[in-house]
Design a protein around this ligand. Structure first.
Ligand SMILES: [Zn+2]
Length: 87
């Protein structure tokens, strides 16, 4: 293998071991839910999902799953504060 490529691979390993170097600025993914697919987007520190739960709570299992996969690369989503009635 070319020595220049070997050097790039070594550098890639070092970058990957230092995730604080990387900041995800946006992406678009499809999450295969139990019943149907859901479209999750992230951009400008804002999450969105096409599922009904997200439209009400601004967080859902799909966005939380992606957040777990990209732990440390995307800002953590605040969990909704429980309402006073506990519902
Ligand atoms: Zn969702």
């Amino acid at each position: 293998m070319q020595s220049s490529i070997i050097g790039k691979i070594e550098k890639a390993k070092r970058y990957a071991a230092e995730p604080e170097r990387i900041r995800v600025e946006g992406f678009s993914v499809t999450v295969q839910g139990d019943n149907r697919d859901h479209h999750v987007e992230f951009g400008e520190d804002t999450w969105s999902c096409t599922c009904g739960f997200f439209s009400e709570w601004s967080i859902c299992s799909h966005t939380m799953a992606i957040e777990r996969l990209l732990a440390g690369l995307v800002p953590a989503q605040p969990l909704p504060v429980a309402s006073a009635t506990g519902t």
